[in-house]
Ligand binder design. Structure first.
Ligand SMILES: [Zn+2]
Length: 222
C-alpha cells in the first residue's frame, strides 16, 4: 500500500477507534492520534542490530544478515552522532541478545526512539525491496518519515510502511520501528546489500528520516 493511502486509512481507522472506545464497544489497539505519551525532544536513538551470536538471521551462502545489520547500525550511529543525537546500541558485538532484552534496553532510555535494523528473506526469490514496520501510532509517525527518506535516496522497490506485530515493536514503549533494508534471497538485491555504498546510503537516509521526526516532535507537530 502506498504511504499516503496508508495514512488516510490509518486516520480513518483511528477516528473509528476513538469513537468506538467512547461508546464503549471495547475496540482497542487501533491507531489513536494524540493517545501517545507526551514526549519532549528526542535526545537518544536506541539502535538495534537484528540477530547476533548463534542467531545469524537470514543466511545466504556466506552472507549472514546479522553482520549486515551490525554494519548498517554502526554507520547509522555515526550519522546520528554527527546530527547531535546520543546513541545506544542493543549489542556492540556479535552476541545473542533476546528480544525482551532489546526492548528492556530501549525502555530504560528516556527521551528516546528505537530503530531495529534487519535485512529480509523470502521463499520466493523474486521478492525484493524495502519495507518499514511499526506497531504504535508514534511508531507509524517515525516509520513513515524514515521510509520516505529511504525511498527518496535509494529509489528501491517500495514495499511500504506496514504494521507488524514484532516483539521488539510491541514491547518497546517509545516510538519504535523495524527497517528491512532489502532481500538477501534475491540475488540482485543481495549484491546491492553487500556493497558498502548501499549500506552507507541506507544508514544516511534512516538518519535523515529520524531527524525529520525529531524536528517534528520538537516543533510540536507530533
Ligand atoms: Zn532479521
Amino acid at each position: 500500500m502506498e504511504p499516503d493511502r496508508h495514512r488516510l486509512v490509518s486516520r480513518r481507522q483511528a477516528i473509528r477507534g476513538w469513537l468506538g472506545t467512547l461508546v464503549g464497544t471495547g475496540l482497542t489497539g487501533l491507531l489513536i492520534p494524540g493517545a501517545h505519551a507526551a514526549f519532549g525532544r528526542i535526545k537518544t536513538v536506541v539502535i538495534d542490530p537484528g540477530h547476533g551470536g548463534e542467531d545469524g538471521g537470514a543466511t545466504e551462502g556466506r552472507v549472514f544478515e546479522k553482520h549486515l545489520n551490525f554494519d548498517v547500525s554502526r554507520r547509522l550511529e555515526i550519522q546520528l552522532q554527527r546530527r547531535g543525537y546520543r546513541t545506544v546500541l542493543t549489542r556492540t558485538r556479535d552476541e545473542f541478545i533476546s528480544l525482551s532484552q532489546r526492548s528492556n534496553i530501549a525502555n530504560r532510555v528516556r527521551d528516546s526512539i528505537f530503530v531495529s535494523i534487519h535485512f529480509n528473506s523470502a521463499r520466493r526469490t523474486s521478492a525484493y525491496g524495502i519495507e518499514t514496520f511499526y506497531y504504535s501510532y508514534d511508531g507509524y509517525q517515525l516509520a513513515s518519515r524514515v521510509h520516505s527518506a529511504i525511498c527518496r535516496k535509494l529509489r528501491p522497490e517500495d514495499r511500504g510502511v506496514k504494521k507488524g506485530s514484532y516483539s521488539v515493536l510491541r514491547h518497546t514503549k517509545t516510538p519504535a520501528i523495524l527497517v528491512e533494508g532489502g532481500f538477501l534471497t534475491n540475488s540482485r538485491e543481495r549484491e546491492r546489500c553487500l556493497q558498502p555504498w548501499y549500506r552507507q546510503a541506507l544508514a544516511e537516509s534512516i538518519a535523515v528520516g529520524i531527524d525529520v521526526f525529531g524536528g517534528d516532535v520538537a516543533n510540536g507537530k507530533i
